[in-house]
Design a protein around this ligand. Structure first.
Ligand SMILES: Cc1cc2nc3c(=O)[nH]c(=O)nc-3n(C[C@H](O)[C@H](O)[C@H](O)COP(=O)(O)OP(=O)(O)OC[C@H]3O[C@@H](n4cnc5c(N)ncnc54)[C@H](O)[C@@H]3O)c2cc1C
Length: 441
């Protein structure tokens, strides 16, 4: 094996796994991370009631990145702090691996969304970021207030998290109104809202909390909570439908939100630039989903769009619709860039299964790994993601073997560029940096 220096964009699940696998093979790796810390969806996507899991996953990433062969470059957004062109020409890595995940919410496809200038239409990624961090001492991001009548548009697993966030926020607002201390979200998640109210000597039904409404264009049995693979047999299909119903029944009972089927968003109702309602096309099932021709408008002061995440466009990386453009799905080689490769959610988008059979199978396996009959087990999901990343390294090695070694002069250049960035932010080492960032929270 030759001696290479590899650049990785993104230091979370996929990025850290690839970095440590390459380091095990004797390579030097530079990991660029846009945030101060490398935890990606673990800290900004997984809602914070998964506190213990988050702590375990952070440790897991730390153990992979905190080693001498890996140079962690935090607070460095590729496309902004360093351009793709510079990464390609100046840093000149033997290979660049794009493990930057899926951070752009898919746009809600109804007219006039760009008119909205306030929080009457919000998207999932920003909302989870706020929810996960607003209690921190140094939080200076946008603050949301969940109103009493939120509407969620979605149907996937993340939309259920949105409904739970709404319920917990409304619960604590009602509790605080009664002069009590808010209940921590782990207790709310674990016990459910009725038991949590009981613990406070309250009756949940007296709190005046209206259920958050999650609108889905299909049926609960069609929700993308349990994948069916490429050619599901009828028994598997029926089993998956039953599991979907069970998951929804359990969570609506425990947390008090509602799921409303057969509603496809058609338009927004406005007062000025503020959304005051959503009009849905009503649908039905007749060997496929069809519109009845009728519509229903529901009042709301906050619409939360949770219809999936796709990769963020990066200047210099070609796009094919919502995804990066790659030459072939096997390696994820980015079109027109000599040595850039996509892995993880950067290649598929999250919850956005590309119609290539190979990718559908790949993603299917990842999703299946995380589901039990009762709930989603995120931990298994993260492990499956790592496994995928490791498998990807094998494909990369095939590519790298054809490359010349990184020269000493280039290695030196990469070290100088890395050092320059470190000095600009006061970075002196992985653990010290991480601890300093966490201490400010
Ligand atoms: C609520 C929820 C729902 C999920 N749903 C799905 C699903 O439907 N399908 C599925 O396959 N998996 C899903 N997962 C699983 C999860 O997304 C993956 O298991 C895993 O977190 C993805 O890891 P990653 O490293 O590819 O991406 P991420 O965890 O997103 O990590 C990417 C990293 O790259 C960084 N980055 C991004 N852009 C740049 C840039 N320009 N420069 C530098 N750094 C950058 C980010 O800050 C981040 O740290 C879900 C997870 C959660 C929490």
């Amino acid at each position: 094996m030759g001696k290479f220096v590899v650049g990785i964009i993104g230091g979370a699940c996929a990025g850290s796994e690839i970095a440590s696998t390459l380091a095990d093979l004797g390579m030097e790796v530079v990991v660029f991370e846009q945030n101060p810390l490398p935890y990606g969806k673990i800290e900004d996507g997984l809602p914070r009631w998964h506190r213990k899991l988050q702590a375990r996953e952070r440790k897991n990433i730390d153990s992979k990145l905190d080693r001498p062969e890996i140079h962690f470059v935090p607070s460095c957004k590729i496309g902004e702090s360093v351009s793709v062109e510079d990464l390609d020409k100046e840093w000149n890595f033997a290979m660049v691996v794009m493990a930057n995940g899926a951070w752009r919410d898919r746009a809600l496809r109804v007219p006039d969304t760009d008119r909205v200038t306030d929080d009457s239409l919000v998207y999932q990624n920003k909302l989870v970021y706020w929810f996960n961090h607003y209690h921190e001492r140094n939080f200076d991001g946008h603050r949301y207030t969940i109103p009493k009548d939120p509407v969620i548009i979605g149907g996937g697993l993340a939309s259920i998290d949105m409904a739970k966030i709404c319920q917990f926020e409304m619960f604590n607002a009602a509790v605080v109104e009664r002069g009590l201390e808010p209940v921590d979200v782990e207790t709310l998640e674990h016990r459910g809202v009725r038991k949590a109210a009981e613990n406070l000597g309250l009756d949940y039904d007296d709190l005046g909390i209206r259920p958050a409404r999650l609108f889905y264009r299909k049926r609960v049995i069609d929700m993308p909570l349990v994948p069916l693979g490429d050619a599901p047999d009828p028994v598997k299909v029926e089993k998956a439908k039953a599991i979907r119903q069970k998951i929804i029944k359990n969570s609506t009972t425990k947390y008090g939100f509602e799921v409303i089927e057969f509603h496809s968003p058609a338009s927004l109702r406005f007062e000025g630039n503020t959304v005051t309602g959503v009009t849905f096309d009503l649908c039905y099932w007749d060997d496929g989903f069809k519109k009845t021709g009728e519509q229903e408008t529901v009042d709301t002061s906050m619409v939360i769009s949770s219809i999936g995440s796709v990769p963020q466009p990066i200047e210099g990386i070609p796009m094919d619709g919502e995804l990066y453009q790659w030459d072939e799905t096997f390696t994820g080689a980015v079109t027109g860039l000599r040595n850039f490769y996509c892995v993880g959610n950067a290649i598929t988008g999250r919850g956005n299964i590309k119609d290539s059979a190979a990718n559908a199978r790949r993603l299917g396996a990842v999703v299946t790994a995380g589901i039990t009959e009762e709930e989603l087990i995120y931990e298994k999901w993260f492990r499956a993601q790592e496994e995928e990343a490791r498998e990807h390294v094998e494909k990369m090695i095939t590519f790298l073997q054809q490359m010349p070694d990184t020269s000493d002069a280039q290695r030196q250049k990469i070290q100088e560029l890395t050092q320059k960035h470190w000095e600009s932010i006061g970075y002196t080492g992985y653990a010290a940096w991480r601890d300093a960032i966490l201490a400010k929270r």
